[in-house]
Design a protein around this ligand. Structure first.
Ligand SMILES: [Zn+2]
Length: 402
């Protein structure tokens, strides 16, 4: 039997508003806190949690960027001649994404989404490595580098496996007493919320299923670890998309040429622009100012959000819509979906959460990158205590209870 298991369970999109009126994990992790999210999608939030740093530091922000010089997609350009009835279909895009990912040896999450093949050779993909692995950040280190440097044995989920398979792999590692740190990642709720929205009766059903699974993990750990330091947390929430915005139809009629005068990535909640002349900048800025469902984010605000990139790598102009508005069609999807995230972090549904059985949650844990501090603190604590005989470490625990 070992002394301590730090158990970090990441439930994607399980926002503060999702659990605020739900007893989620109230039995095993009764202390709960609302956390600020990071501006961006999971492509920004997950690396921020794993590194304890913000997008302007680690440079994992939005997936697609205008970078024709480094574009790995040149070979896909001839696909523009295939009929749109095929190339816009999700099933075709998913199959092709898998193929391209293998061809290009991308290690992280990869999806071609709805990027038009006509322009695909203008883009690069910014997450070529997996943030869930050591060396997985675009800049700097993450929790897995930290654990490897200190030779702390850990478990981490493999995103290509199902949620149940990842749960079972963790249980196997727990039973072997091989590990001093565990990071479990469950993305299923995110997918469900995108499809059904945050008010569907399917959401509490999914939460109950997670509680059952967490109960199974704890039951497996109790005979092997004297103390389980449990943290259940998310990266962001999910807003219902009640208004659709066809932003392309605002920009594309302008007398400007895509790829010659400007380039753009239409994400689901923001649009990012690069300009190749002053006229394009002026015309697009003016057109965007007439769109009441969103606004251009000023540099000062992007700096506050820690998503300001002076080199314009992720876009020279960022247009963000209000919570509940979905840009459609976009480069992310051709058709509407029920829920989306990636709005301003101060919007109600953006907030993330942390639930724990640890009463001594530091006050400076207030945003999702702060979860990193808890991970490093508990990993070092587990390494130290687990290397001693259990009796000694139990004696050391005693002062806490006086
Ligand atoms: Zn999502």
């Amino acid at each position: 039997m070992k002394s301590v298991l730090p158990l970090f369970i990441f439930v994607d999109a399980c926002g503060w508003e999702i659990i605020r009126n739900d007893p989620f994990v109230g039995q095993c992790a009764p202390i709960r806190k609302r956390l600020s999210s990071v501006f961006g999608y999971s492509s920004a939030c997950v690396p921020s949690i794993l590194s304890g740093r913000w997008p302007d530091e680690h440079r994992n922000w939005c997936y697609f960027v205008y970078d024709p010089e480094h574009s790995p997609f040149k070979s896909l350009k001839p696909l523009q001649w295939l009929p749109r009835a095929i190339t816009s279909r999700r099933i075709f895009r998913r199959w092709l994404s898998k193929f391209v990912k293998a061809q290009l040896s991308f290690r992280g999450y990869f999806d071609l989404y709805n990027i038009p093949f006509q322009h695909i050779s203008l883009y690069d993909f910014s997450e070529k490595k997996s943030p869930l692995q050591p060396g997985g950040m675009n800049r700097g280190s993450n929790i897995f580098d930290f654990l490897e440097e200190r030779q702390i044995a850990y478990h981490v989920s493999a995103p290509e496996r199902s949620e149940e398979a990842n749960r079972d792999a963790l249980i196997a590692d727990i039973k072997s007493e091989r590990i001093d740190f565990a990071f479990l990642y469950w993305p299923g709720l995110d997918g469900l919320l995108h499809a059904v929205g945050n008010q569907s009766p399917e959401v509490p059903v999914k939460l109950r299923r997670y509680e059952d699974w967490i109960g199974e993990v704890i039951a497996a750990a109790e005979p092997h670890y004297d103390e389980i330091r449990l943290y259940i947390f998310s990266d962001h929430g999910m807003a219902n998309c009640d208004q659709l915005l066809d932003l392309k139809s605002v920009i594309e009629p302008l007398p400007l040429r895509f790829g010659e005068d400007y380039a753009a990535v239409y994400d689901s909640t923001m649009a990012r622009f690069w300009f190749f002349n002053d006229d394009a900048r002026a015309q697009i800025s003016e057109a965007l100012q007439s769109v009441s469902l969103g606004r251009i984010l000023p540099e000062s605000e992007l700096q506050e959000l820690r998503a300001w990139f002076p080199d314009g790598y992720f876009g020279e102009l960022i247009f963000l819509v209000k919570e509940g508005v979905l840009i459609v069609p976009s480069h992310m999807g051709e058709r509407p979906i029920r829920g989306m995230h990636g709005y301003h972090p101060s919007e109600p549904q953006s907030y993330a959460m942390l639930c724990t059985n640890q009463a001594d949650l530091p006050d400076d844990v207030s945003a999702i990158p702060d979860i990193f501090k808890l991970m490093t603190r508990d990993a070092e604590l587990a390494k130290a205590r687990n290397s001693q005989p259990l009796e000694t470490s139990a004696a050391e625990l005693e002062p806490q209870f006086k």
